[in-house]
Design a protein around this ligand. Structure first.
Ligand SMILES: O=C(O)[C@H](O)CO
Length: 363
C-alpha cells in the first residue's frame, strides 16, 4: 500500500512538474509541451482540480507540492515569473509585488475561495481587471458546507457544548443542577444576518426549523429577492444590533466592512445575544469583541475566522469560556473542497482559452 502511494505520488510529480514532464517523451511532444501556457499552482489542491488540469492537455503546470505549509513568499515570487496563469488559495497575498514578479504574461488568476480579500481588497481587484488579468473564484459550491458549519458553530456556542464536554471529561459533572450550563435557545428568537447573500439565505433556511420567530438582515441596500426566500425583514445596522438574539456575519471583507463589528455594534446588542462570524476575521475588531465578551455585554461568540490566522494560542480570546474558536473550517467537507478545486481549475482553463469563466469576479 505504502509503495503504491509512493509510486502514485512520484508519477503525479512527473506529470505535473514542467521540469520533469518531458522525461521519456519524444522531441515532438517536448516541443508541443513547451508551447503550452505555463501555470503555477500555489498549493497541493484537492485531487479533482489537479486531475482536470492534468487531463486538459491545455497547460503545463507546476505546483507547490504541500498542503501543510504554504509556499514561502520568496519561492512564490520566483515561481510565478513568466506564468500565464496562477491558481492560488487564500493564504497567498496577491499584490503589486507578485504581479511585478509574474510579469506581463499573466492573464488569469484563479483563487480556490469565495473570499477575495487576499487579492489586496477590492481596489486592487479593480486594478487587476483593469490591466486585463481575469479573476476566477469559487462561490456557490461551498454554500451548503459553510451554512451547515455556521449552524453547528451557533449551536455549539449558544448551548455551551465545548464547556459542557470539558466539564463532563474533567470531573466538573456533579449532581444535575437547575441552572448549570444553561444557554440560549433558537425557538422564538430573532436572528440577524449581516450581509445577505447566498450563504445568509442558506443559514436561515437551516435555522428556520428550529422555530426562529423572525429573520432580519442589513446590507448596503435591501435585497428583496433573496430576503423573500427566507421571509427576512430589512433593518438598519443599529436595529439589527438591538433586535438580534443571534447575529450571523456573512458579509465579504472590503474596505467598507473592515472592523464593522466593533464597540459600537456590541454596545447596542442584548447581553443575551450570540455573535457568530464565518466570513472573515477582518470584519471584527477583536479587542472590542474581547471587551464585550469578558464584561458580559454579549453572551457569547463563535468564530471560524480571526486575525491573524492561525490565531496565536496566547491570544486573550482563547481564555474566554464564552468564545468558541474554530480554525477556518467552514467549507471543509471533502465534497466541497473538491468542488472548489475543480471550479478553480475550470475557471483557469476557460480564462486561458479566452472563454467565459464559470465564476468570474466582475467589479
Ligand atoms: O473564502 C473561502 O472560500 C472560505 O473562507 C474558505 O473556504
Amino acid at each position: 500500500m505504502w509503495c503504491s502511494r509512493m509510486a502514485l505520488r512520484r508519477l503525479q510529480w512527473i506529470a505535473v512538474t514542467p521540469l520533469n514532464i518531458t522525461w521519456g517523451l519524444t522531441s515532438n511532444v517536448q516541443r508541443k509541451m513547451s508551447t503550452l501556457p505555463r501555470v503555477y499552482v500555489t498549493r497541493q489542491i484537492p485531487p479533482e482540480g489537479l486531475k482536470i488540469l492534468r487531463e486538459s492537455g491545455q497547460v503545463q503546470f507546476e505546483l507547490w507540492d504541500s498542503d501543510d505549509v504554504p509556499v514561502p513568499r520568496k519561492e512564490l515570487l520566483q515561481k510565478v515569473k513568466g506564468v500565464d496563469g496562477l491558481v492560488c488559495v487564500l493564504t497567498e497575498k496577491i499584490d503589486a509585488e507578485l504581479l511585478d514578479a509574474a510579469g506581463p504574461n499573466l492573464k488569469v488568476l484563479s483563487t480556490m475561495s469565495v473570499g477575495f480579500d487576499h487579492l489586496s481588497l477590492e481596489e486592487h481587484i479593480k486594478g487587476l481587471i483593469c490591466v486585463g488579468i481575469r479573476v476566477g473564484y469559487t462561490p456557490d459550491v461551498l454554500t451548503d458546507a459553510v451554512a451547515e458549519l455556521t449552524v453547528a458553530l451557533l449551536l455549539t456556542t449558544s448551548r455551551r457544548l465545548i464547556e459542557a464536554t470539558h466539564e463532563a471529561k474533567t470531573g466538573g459533572w456533579g449532581t444535575w443542577r437547575t441552572l448549570w450550563l444553561c444557554g440560549h435557545e433558537l425557538a422564538n428568537s430573532t436572528v440577524g444576518i449581516l450581509g445577505l447573500g447566498r450563504i445568509g439565505v442558506a443559514i436561515a433556511e437551516r435555522l428556520a426549523p428550529f422555530k426562529v420567530k423572525k429573520f432580519i438582515y442589513t446590507d448596503v441596500a435591501p435585497r428583496p429577492e433573496l430576503a423573500s426566500i427566507i421571509n427576512a425583514e430589512y433593518v438598519s445596522f443599529n436595529e439589527m444590533a438591538k433586535q438580534s438574539d443571534f447575529l450571523a456575519v456573512c458579509c465579504a471583507l472590503t474596505p467598507e466592512t473592515k472592523e464593522i463589528c466593533n464597540k459600537d455594534l456590541f454596545s447596542k446588542m442584548k447581553n443575551t445575544s450570540i455573535f457568530i462570524n464565518t466570513s472573515r476575521g477582518g470584519v471584527v475588531n477583536q479587542e472590542d469583541l474581547y471587551e464585550a465578551l469578558s464584561t458580559g455585554q454579549i453572551a457569547g461568540a463563535g468564530l471560524d475566522v480571526t486575525v491573524p490566522e492561525p490565531l496565536p494560542t496566547s491570544h486573550p480570546l482563547f481564555t474566554l469560556k464564552n468564545c468558541v474558536i474554530l480554525p477556518h473550517i467552514a467549507s471543509a467537507s471533502y465534497t466541497t473542497r473538491n468542488a472548489m478545486s475543480a471550479l478553480a481549475a475550470n475557471n483557469l482553463l476557460l480564462g486561458l482559452r479566452g472563454e467565459t469563466m464559470i465564476k468570474e469576479l466582475k467589479l
